[in-house]
Design a binder for this molecule. Sequence first.
Ligand code: ADP
Length: 409
Amino acid sequence: MTTTTATRVLVLNSGSSSVKYQLLDMRDDSRLAVGLVERIGEETSRLVHTPLNREGAEQRERTGPIADHEAALKAVADELAADGLGLDSPELAAIGHRVVHGGLRFTAPTVVDEEVLAEIERLVPVAPLHNPANITGIRTARALRPDLPQIAVFDTAFHTTMPESAARYAIDTEVADAHRIRRYGFHGTSHAYVSRETARLLGKAPEDVNVIVLHLGNGASASAVRGGVCVDTSMGLTPLEGLVMGTRSGDIDPAVAFHLQRVAGMSADDVDVLLNKKSGLIGLCGDNDMREIRRRIDEGDERAQLAFDIYIHRLKKYIGAYYAVLGRVDAIAFTAGVGENAAPVRQAAVAGLEELGLALDSELNEVRSGEPRIVSTPYARVAVAVVPTDEELEIARQTIALAAPNSLD
Ligand code: ADP
């Protein structure tokens, strides 16, 4: 009799109106299927499913109302079953869930039970947009496969090693503690993965390498990683702080918020929307896609140029700040949509920093590739790396390590 070893992991990233998913086989980190459901709760919901487990299998798309997350996950389960990858398969080891906010309690991936769910729920006030959707995703998946380990992998976990000097804001300690106000940081799964991959690219152990990771997607954050351990990061209590982002302002004088409420008659919610949704690149120039901004710059558009310059100025300030925090830097790693693809952003961000040991090879920097690579000159003291992030793979790795540690022996 042969027994089936469970080596597959389903990774779920549940947003307020979307679910992204990937089914991976952890024997070789291969993707068996990927997909997404969007506009959940609307008439025009859409499911796009791509099977990758056999040659020539085509992407499938369905549109039509999908009422809620439960219906969305059932639809995903049906699509997977149609490819022989059903959730009832004995090869499925666990479901890994991206959870945005784990507060201070969750410093590592965690097997979900009712008590853990209650704690994730307690963190809703500090992550009102994200944690409720994550909870719904977990509950729905549990209902479909109650016997299967559900693992929560937290965006904040990698940052829980930050020293208090980096994590605490300089405000009244009692107020801060009463309301759990501090720097938590986000994109942690990406920062963990990219800092480790950067060490590998340098042929070194993570413990021996200091890295500044620049995760530049639509949301953007920087982190300072000393010997594999995060010591500072730019996002804070919420993902609003730090770098200039697609639609978020990043760092701003907090008095701007009171000023707008007192002088412009805006409510707290209005200011929240302004800073999170109508600021950053889109607020500055009307576009948040770096490709479009570069195109406009090439046509001589001054607003696009200024938005780009503000974006780069902030990035440079964080490179300098984290250089000082780390003392010695071995590499700066660019990742996510902008970091991986926008050569002009990398070029401008490190321009003029030769005294800090940074020098790009402009030809290497222009090469387009999906592989991790070094784009600095061989003489530069600090390597500049482009390292594609893979949050789903990282979540799947952490999930199987916890749920079925011996399955890959
Ligand atoms: P998120 O996961 O935060 O939504 P991504 O990491 O996918 O974002 O990054 C999305 C951003 O990447 C887009 O807004 C776009 O500006 C940028 N991007 C993608 N491809 C390119 C490219 N070839 N050149 C410049 N920017 C790019």
